[in-house]
Every structure is written in structure tokens, then in C-alpha cells.
Design a binder for this molecule. Sequence first.
Ligand code: 5GP
Length: 119
Amino acid sequence: MSETREPTVFERISAGEIPAEMVAETERVIAFHDIAPKAPIHVVVTPRSGDHRDVVELAAADPALLAELVDVAHRVAGELADGQFRLVFNTGADAGQTVFHVHAHVLAGGLEEGSLAAG
Ligand code: 5GP
């Protein structure tokens, strides 16, 4: 983590300072149930480090870590649902991003057909 900023809420979850219902953990990535689910299965997948604010920054700086996020999302959707899922990266406040620590929403399990709505 950068020494010049406060830890993000997801870094605090990664450190165990804020409780969360974990569903997957790797060396660099965590996945946990969203506190305000917008779908029957709604899991947040995020790097342990909050050094990248959004998916555009992450893709430019560390594409392997972005690929690992997608891999963890796929695994979670296979374990908690039927392996099919919607993957949403809100990018920017006007797009609904509230936590500026890159994360994917994994939405699965009885989604409304055609809906793009997400947390
Ligand atoms: P965003 O709006 O930035 O795309 O997504 C942030 C997500 O993080 C929201 O869906 C919100 O419910 C979730 N969230 C924020 N704080 C916490 C928390 O402390 N615990 C958990 N489990 N989810 C959180």
C-alpha cells in the first residue's frame, strides 16, 4: 500500500480490520459477499492492494492482476452459482463507483434477463 494515503475500506477488509464474509482468497486477491447485495449472488472481487483506483488504471498497470480478478470471479460463480455470471466494474462516480479501489461485482443466480443493473 502507498504510504501517502489512508487505507481503503477493502484494504481494511483484506487486513481483517473490517469483517466480511469471504468466499475466496489468493495472495493478491480477495472475494467477499457484498454488504448490500443487488442480485441473489453478489460478490466483490478486489486486489488486496488499493493502489489502483479503477479497472482502467489496473489494466494499464498490471494486466496479470486484472486477469487474476477475472479468474477468481469465474471460480466464485462456479462455486456459488452455475458458473454463469455478470461482471461489473463501475468506473467513475457518475457510473456508480463509490469505493475508489478497483473491484469487480460478480452478479449471479437468477439475474433479470437483459438487465444491466448492478451495485
Ligand atoms: P461501487 O459502488 O464502488 O461499484 O461498489 C462498492 C461496493 O462495495 C458496494 O456494492 C457496497 O455495498 C460494497 N461495500 C462497501 N463497503 C462494504 C463493506 O464494508 N463490506 C462489504 N461486504 N461490502 C461493502
